[in-house]
Ligand binder design. Structure first.
Ligand code: URA
Length: 363
């Protein structure tokens, strides 16, 4: 997750920054957005305090409105020329610390020419800017979010450092699949073999931040050996796309890893049999967010974690972000309705879509 510092001048762009901040909250958590450094302890050097605040961030956004360059104080002196101007001190700090700096142009703001900037921030003029127009605000913010995500130094280094670990996770998942293939004691094994079905372990990114747990594979899934590739999968794919995710960005699995006969609900003994497999998948991937689709997967996870919400129904729980811990760290559990609800009741699509929007916080 990127931590973002927002640098701006109140008199120049406050309204736009408020709007931008609200929009960014749909993609990043409040704790990851630093907007006003207003609690500098008495006696502390404010330049050091601002340096520390900037250093805690991966990405530095400098919002530039029409008057950014020229605003003056009561004495008529240009703010940018003053040594203690917060905007200037923060930008100079971001340059010095080699942060990713993204100028964001709003309300007719333009990139300043270097010659018009104090020396310590002249390098700022060379940064490529993103423009947020009034008419295309949502679209432009989405572009900005993409830039932040793809360019975040934290993410890039995390990816490089993790290459070996991802390989190890993929290997471990293969091992779980081998055990599943040979799980002759499963209550669904005979049915699998008699019908020449594949078992369905899961599919997607072995290092996913988000893992989706459905109920059980259906007919199409066991013919292809892949979860969510039938009609429910189409709904899931549409929802993922709407929040800018692809199938290969996440990991998908189910509570049962073989298809039960007919279209019946999972039986307690079937859930009991496959639970250790699902636990192993979770502990291998170590996701930050586990999205349970429908009541069976939700009940399994809330009981496993012994959360107070385990007594609530999916109709009360859907769309909640439940913060908790697993042995590898902090996670969020997000129960959602199963995508199949949309196939039976089109009106539920709006609810599912609204709940999916909340996942943007974790992407
Ligand atoms: N397909 C799956 O893989 N899981 C479900 O829960 C439903 C359809």
């Amino acid at each position: 997750m990127s931590r973002i510092f927002i640098n701006y001048r109140r008199q120049d762009s406050e309204g736009y920054v408020g709007r931008l901040y609200d929009r960014l909250l749909q993609y990043f958590s409040k704790d990851d957005l630093f907007i006003d450094v207003d609690s500098i302890p008495p006696g502390m050097d404010f330049v050091t305090a601002l340096d520390e605040a900037v250093s805690a961030c991966d990405v530095f956004i400098a919002v530039i409105g029409a008057h950014w360059l020229t605003i003056t104080d009561e004495q008529g002196e240009r703010r940018l020329d003053q040594w203690n101007d917060f905007v200037r001190v923060e930008i100079a700090s971001a340059i010095k610390q080699n942060k990713l700096i993204i100028p964001v142009l709003v309300a007719g703001g333009k990139m300043p020419p270097p010659a018009k900037l104090p020396e310590d921030i002249q390098a700022f003029a060379r940064r490529n800017a993103v423009e947020l127009s009034h008419q295309r605000f949502s679209y432009d913010v989405e572009r900005l979010v993409e830039v932040i995500r793809s360019a975040s130094p934290a993410r890039a280094s995390r990816n490089a450092a993790n290459a070996e670990m991802i390989e190890a996770k993929a290997e471990a998942l293969k091992g779980i699949r081998d055990d599943l293939v040979g799980a002759t004691e499963s209550p669904l094994y005979a049915y699998r073999i008699a019908n020449r079905h594949f078992p369905v372990l899961g599919d997607g990114n072995p290092d996913a931040r988000l893992i989706f747990i459905g109920e059980a594979p259906g007919k199409t899934e066991v013919e292809q050996g892949k979860p969510f590739c039938g009609p429910s999968g189409d709904v899931l794919a549409e929802m993922l796309k709407s929040i800018g995710l692809r199938r290969e960005d996440v990991y998908m699995t189910n509570l049962l890893l073989d298809k039960p006969p007919e279209k019946r609900d999972p039986l307690p003994e079937e859930i009991a049999f496959y639970k250790p497999f699902v636990d192993r998948i979770i502990h291998t991937i170590q996701p930050s967010v586990i999205i349970t689709l429908g009541r069976f997967a939700t009940e399994y996870l809330l009981k496993k974690l012994d959360l107070p919400e385990k007594r609530e129904k999916i109709s009360q729980l859907h769309g909640k972000l439940i913060k908790t811990r697993l042995d590898y760290g902090e996670i969020h559990v997000v129960p959602l309705y199963h995508p199949a609800v949309v196939l039976y009741s089109a009106s539920q699509k709006v609810t599912l879509q609204r709940d999916f929007e909340k996942l943007k916080l974790f992407i």
